[in-house]
Design a protein around this ligand. Structure first.
Ligand SMILES: Cc1ncc(COP(=O)(O)O)c(C=O)c1O
Length: 403
């Protein structure tokens, strides 16, 4: 099966998804964003770019990733049949590599030699460090100090790959602060530096560009599901941090009105505790990192720190297209707590022999909850965005607390 880049998107010429999105940045970045947008449009209109990216996705990352029928999980749940789109089987262990391959090829076309990135769970950082090594480019990764502590394995991987990891000590020392620092660095090094954003967030054209590079997930999954089941899934479930694996998956199904789409945010300790990352459930519209979207904020518009056991979902913002899909009602957004996600990790390990990333476990938990309410003839497709090797220490510490 051929992997392909689609050109279709919902964004208008101002980078708006309905009332969300746009470009709220200092004047110094406007030129860089215009330059990036032109280069992106040129690249996706060029068959040679598609061919180069397709080759790397197939020969380097291992695409297409399989669609797995989760038979023992389905039997355990006793409702709808459950399927997994295996982004965990990508090189480097998560969907993030799809996007970094695309952006790094773009950076090369633009003649940029230096890459910078922000990372939370470390998966985008590892993917960035990996493609930088592959293409012989310099790479600097900004990471909150708290995430450096939580994701030591990924910090070491990035360093092995030759990247410099810059610990960020401001704010809550997590992804929001790492992103702010990366933007600050970009403002002063914009001539020779390409900023690789890891999710469908940030100023236009980032949400559109990242969606384009991640849509391969949904296009493959849709074709694989049709081939195997001779029909489309009834439900599609994906976790939402910034929202890139979810948009990548949903994009292929948005026009299929009978397919119900579910985005799962992190409810952390619980929605009523204030210690969560459920931006679409509990946030309000506002501006963060150059884009207008839902945002966790207090009554004065100050950003409230997000919490999730999963470093990749621990972000107080969300991609603008998700905000639009929420308000239009096309996607249902829900949330899963830390405890529920940990239970889902154990469940998928024991029933299928698959250790999911804590982020992906949020999607598994919601899919199980949903499947229980549905008859056997129905099907639920889960985006398994990544594998859980990086989370083993966190899971072990939580198990110790439970005992
Ligand atoms: C495995 C995995 N899934 C999901 C996410 C969340 O990001 P997004 O919502 O952009 O897919 C991350 C982020 O680091 C991740 O590592």
């Amino acid at each position: 099966m051929k992997t392909q880049l689609p050109l279709e998107t919902q964004v208008d010429q101002n980078g708006r998804y309905g009332r969300f999105g746009g470009r709220f940045v200092p004047e110094t970045l406007m030129y860089a964003l215009n330059e990036l947008e032109s280069a992106f449009r040129e690249a996706i209109a060029d068959p040679a770019f598609h061919e180069e990216l397709r080759t790397l996705l197939e020969e380097y990352s291992g695409r297409p990733t399989p669609l797995t029928y989760a038979q023992r999980l389905t039997e355990y749940v006793g409702g709808a049949r459950l399927f997994l789109k295996r982004e965990d089987l990508n090189h480097t262990g998560a969907h993030k590599i799809n996007n970094t391959l695309g952006q790094a090829l773009l950076a090369k076309r633009m003649g940029k030699k230096k890459l910078i990135a922000e990372t939370g769970a470390g998966q985008h950082g590892v993917a960035s460090a990996t493609v930088a090594a592959l293409l012989g480019m310099e790479c600097k990764v900004f990471m909150g100090e708290e995430d450096v502590r939580r994701q030591q394995l990924n910090v070491f991987r990035m360093e092995l790959l030759g990247a410099e990891v810059v610990p960020v000590r401001s704010g809550t020392r997590t992804l929001k602060d790492a992103t702010s620092e990366a933007i600050r660095h970009w403002v002063t090094h914009v001539e020779d530096t390409f900023y690789m954003i890891g999710s469908v967030v940030g100023p236009h054209p980032y949400p559109e560009m990242v969606r384009t590079f991640q849509r391969v997930i949904g296009d493959e999954a849709r074709a694989q599901f049709l081939y195997r089941e001779h029909r489309l899934p009834d439900h599609v479930v994906a976790c939402v941090g910034g929202g890139s694996n979810a948009i990548g998956m949903f994009a292929a199904f948005l026009a299929d009105r009978d397919v119900q789409l579910h985005g799962v945010e992190a409810a952390g300790h619980g929605l009523s505790t204030g210690r969560h990352a459920a931006t679409l459930s509990k946030g309000k519209p506002g501006v963060l990192h150059g884009s207008f979207s839902y945002l966790l904020q207090d009554e004065h518009g100050q950003v409230i720190p997000a919490h999730s056991i999963s470093a990749g979902l621990d972000y107080p913002g969300v991609g603008p297209e998700h905000a639009h899909l929420k308000e239009s009602g096309r996607v249902r957004y829900t949330s899963v707590t830390d405890e529920e996600a940990l239970d889902a990790v154990r469940l998928l390990c024991r029933t299928e022999g698959i250790l999911p990333a804590l982020e992906s476990a949020h999607a598994v938990a919601e899919a199980v909850r949903l499947a229980r309410t549905l008859p056997r003839e129905q099907t639920v497709l889960i985006c398994l965005s990544g594998r859980g090797d990086k989370d083993v220490e966190t899971i072990r510490a939580e198990e110790a607390k439970r005992r």
